[in-house]
Write a protein that binds this ligand. Structure first.
Ligand SMILES: NC(=O)c1ccc[n+]([C@@H]2O[C@H](COP(=O)([O-])OP(=O)(O)OC[C@H]3O[C@@H](n4cnc5c(N)ncnc54)[C@H](O)[C@@H]3O)[C@@H](O)[C@H]2O)c1
Length: 277
């Protein structure tokens, strides 16, 4: 019997690569907000012999969807999660970016946490953007509780203050803060998950040539800078992320929890050095 693996954003660039690679050794539960793309991809995988244990479209922050997805997990058996669903700055306003990238991620984790058993592992896709200083003085304190009733008002106040009426800057700052929130969410949970025999880790990709990465290259000068800053002589591929996720899900990573793996071709280090002058 194969372990079940839930993949969010399964119709996206990283989601597809993760499904193809990890579907070799897992029964897949796939979800994405775009139903036609998701159904088409699941049908393609099924024809190729992959085991699809569940396939359901919807917004990853939707409570009913989360309940249905968790229902596909077998009682008492360890499972994996690779959470790739997300929005980049050019795709939405600051509020939606924060809602999908951070608030929905917190809801997703809370939905699966009652099901954790020894051997369960979650991998969340954060971003190199999470390493860029935000300029928000008490960001970590606010980001620590994304489901607080005043969360959007507090973080929104900081974003709007710094963006000063510039909607593009607001989305960019929201993206950066949402991913910092994901990094810290993983750090905070490692110990608690360990008590249940479960692990949680994040991956911070640099620029990856998925539909999202291509889009940011067109819209955002910083994405081009990140691509230029790689130290390995090529751009990032979705499969680079899938390979890292496979490692983190495996027993070979059994000493890794509550932490982040940068899969960025060295670009975070180069960018940091450049910013330091
Ligand atoms: N591509 C990059 O350069 C890059 C770099 C750093 C981090 N990331 C992060 O990696 C993750 C995956 O990105 P990708 O490059 O595969 O992007 P992608 O756009 O190819 O795929 C993302 C998928 O998430 C889905 N999605 C968006 N909003 C959703 C919602 N509300 N509910 C459910 N599904 C939703 C989209 O439909 C899409 O299929 C994202 O979290 C992104 O922020 C990407």
């Amino acid at each position: 019997v194969h372990r079940k693996l839930l993949i969010t954003g399964a119709a996206g660039g990283m989601g597809r690569a993760c499904a193809r690679l990890l579907g070799a050794t897992h029964d897949l539960i796939l979800t994405d907000v775009t139903a036609p793309a998701l159904d088409g991809f699941a049908a393609e995988l099924a024809v190729e012999g992959y085991a699809i244990a569940g396939c359901q479209a919807g917004d990853v922050g939707d409570d009913a969807l989360l309940e249905a997805l968790v229902g596909h997990l077998a009682d008492g058996e360890p499972f994996g999660l690779v959470h790739t669903a997300g929005l980049s700055p050019s795709m939405a306003d600051w509020r939606r970016v924060m809602d999908v990238n951070l608030v929905a991620t917190e809801k997703l984790l809370r939905a699966i946490e009652p099901r954790l058993v020894p051997g369960s592992v979650a991998v969340l896709i954060a971003s190199a953007a999470g390493y860029v200083p935000s300029g928000v003085p008490d960001a970590s304190a606010i980001l620590a509780d994304p489901l607080a009733p005043d969360f959007i008002a507090r973080i929104g106040g900081e974003i709007e203050r710094l963006a000063n009426g510039n909607a593009v800057a607001a989305s960019g700052l929201s993206y950066l803060l949402s991913k910092l929130g994901v990094l810290e969410m993983v750090e905070r949970r490692g110990h608690r998950w360990g008590a249940k025999g479960a692990r949680i880790a994040s991956i911070s990709p640099g620029l990856i040539l998925t539909p999202m990465g291509r889009r940011e290259l067109d819209f955002l000068p910083a994405a081009g800078d990140m691509d230029q800053a790689v130290s390995v002589g090529r751009s990032g591929r979705a499969m680079d992320i899938a390979l890292a996720a496979r490692f983190l899900l495996s027993d070979e990573a059994s000493f890794i929890t509550g932490s982040d793996l940068k899969v960025d071709g060295g670009s975070i280090a180069v960018t940091k050095a450049m910013m330091a002058g």
